[in-house]
Design a protein around this ligand. Sequence first.
Ligand SMILES: NC(=O)c1ccc[n+]([C@@H]2O[C@H](COP(=O)([O-])OP(=O)(O)OC[C@H]3O[C@@H](n4cnc5c(N)ncnc54)[C@H](OP(=O)(O)O)[C@@H]3O)[C@@H](O)[C@H]2O)c1
Length: 268
Amino acid sequence: MRTTDGSLVLGLHRSGHARDLLESAADLGITRLDTASNYLSHRSHEVLKTTAGDLLPRFSVSTKVGFFPEGHSLDPVRLHVAVEQAFKELGREPDLVFIHNPEHSAASAETLADACSALADAARVGLCRSWGVSTWDPRSLTDFDVPRPDVLMVRAGLLVGIDVLEAAEALAARWRPSQLWGMSPFGGSTAQNVWQRFDPRVFLRGSPPASGSQAAFRSSYALPRVAAVAVGTDNVDHLRELTEALAYEVDDNVVWEYRQLLKARQFT
Ligand SMILES: NC(=O)c1ccc[n+]([C@@H]2O[C@H](COP(=O)([O-])OP(=O)(O)OC[C@H]3O[C@@H](n4cnc5c(N)ncnc54)[C@H](OP(=O)(O)O)[C@@H]3O)[C@@H](O)[C@H]2O)c1
């Protein structure tokens, strides 16, 4: 069996949670799943347990709390209860629990720090193995200090604007997570027009026989530089293509030039 060394995280945001997809993922050497308490109409955890409970030990499972049916909240008590609930619904402790998009409700540094402490405490008492923060738009968080997270997850890839990219890097430098992960390398869809307008293969070193999707996915590990990327697909062929893309190398010079272009465009 091949392994992706945990660098490819199968994200379940848009997924139907089909058992055969999860079986194929395990067979392809994928070792990480990422979900959230609100995915699949707030049923992701229980559906994972019901349809693939026996497969779950083959994966490290991350989930997210803080997005409740009524909206986002960073109330430490609610977050603690949500982690307990995730444990119960999954039938095991999650390996990693993120605070989900705290930018929606982090009115102050103190609010966010208290929320992070609640997750750190949950990890300490064994409700989860580690904790982190997942943020779609970190720009409002860059002046906040929080306890050091195990993982910070941010948007990654060729569709991320320079302001969000730089804010994510600033946050990573300030919070010093043990790992930085990326997410949503296609910006949620490969059907958007933007993917027809340029060839992402220029970002790969040595002109390998890669598809555009493979090149876009592989490039996302460099924008910003991340240890793992959460990507979504319900298509086993697409998933295989993504795992194969990990063998390609990103051309750091092209990434550097691309960033200069983004930067220049920011001030026009
Ligand atoms: N704030 C947050 O915490 C947050 C926000 C967004 C995302 N995330 C995480 O990131 C994960 C991924 O995000 P996402 O699903 O929104 O966006 P994404 O990974 O950028 O895009 C997913 C789309 O790309 C398509 N795709 C994937 N591989 C492909 C391939 N090889 N060829 C052609 N199309 C391909 C999939 O279609 P097919 O199914 O047809 O392959 C799917 O519709 C989420 O599941 C979640 O874990 C977290």
